[in-house]
Write a protein that binds this ligand. Structure first.
Ligand code: C5P
Length: 238
């Protein structure tokens, strides 16, 4: 069984309902390694809502996928710094200058006595397959595009990237052991893929070298979310 500090699972708390989000955070305490707060919850409840979940004292990945001109993204990072998330992300597709501006803004937190969030570049959403990319004029494979964006992220101040489990091995080989690989699109054996297209089981993703496994509906949609999280943790190695 995993302890809180070694459990690589961050549960995606995707709900606009504060009561439900807090109940999930409370019930998952010690059964996951952290919570992921994304667009659904944050857009409904903002920084006050964030603080309610932060009160459960779990590391938080603030998954807002910022994507705008460099100045605007840097200002957004500064505005979020007082929340002191462990992880914060921007779209790698925003380009080199945008990622650099975001990383510099994140480091300013240090001078204010705040925790510097680890910064992640989002590569290609795990809900997109090669055919979806072709529709957008990207002619290679999802893996080619993920590798290109991850290289750009590493060169421009990101601490890691969000990628699918299918890209872990190639990214690890290319980007080295210290670059963080955060992996959504995780589905325990027998769970429905739903809108995710590039999926893998938690065990296989961990074996491939993921640092963090982002898992939402297989936990939050279970009859007993805590038990679902504990079952997943039991399959993983510390
Ligand atoms: O419910 P499920 O396990 O599919 O949740 C996955 C979570 O990871 C969602 O919150 C989604 O926004 C997020 N995510 C993703 N693919 C990415 C980046 C983030 O699914 N590339």
């Amino acid at each position: 069984m995993q302890t809180k500090s070694t459990n690589p699972v961050f549960c995606a708390i995707d709900t606009p309902d504060t009561k439900r989000a807090c109940a999930l955070a409370e019930s998952l305490s010690g059964a996951v390694g952290g919570l992921k707060i994304g667009l659904e919850y944050f857009n409904a409840h903002g920084q006050d809502g964030y603080q309610k979940l932060a009160a459960f004292d779990q590391p938080i990945f603030l998954d807002l996928k910022l994507h705008d001109i460099p100045n605007t993204v840097a200002s957004a990072v500064r505005a979020l710094a007082p929340l002191q998330p462990a992880w914060l992300n921007v779209h790698a597709g925003g380009g080199a200058a945008m990622m650099q501006a975001a990383a510099e803004a994140a480091h300013e937190a240090h001078d204010k006595g705040l925790r510097v969030p680890k910064m992640l570049g989002v590569t290609i959403m795990t809900s997109l397959a090669d055919t979806d990319l072709h529709q957008m004029g990207i002619s290679g494979t999802a893996q080619d595009q993920v590798l290109r964006l991850a290289n750009l992220a590493q060169k421009n101040g990101m601490d890691g990237v969000v990628c699918s489990a299918h890209e872990i091995q190639v990214l690890r080989a290319e980007l080295g052991p210290d670059f963080k690989l955060i992996v959504p699109g995780i589905r325990p054996q027998g769970s429905a893929a739903q809108d995710q297209k590039r999926v893998m089981t938690p065990e296989d993703a961990q074996k491939a070298g993921a640092d963090i496994l982002v898992i939402g509906r297989p936990i939050t949609g279970a009859e007993d979310p805590r038990q679902a999280a504990l079952d997943i943790a039991a399959q993983l190695t510390a």
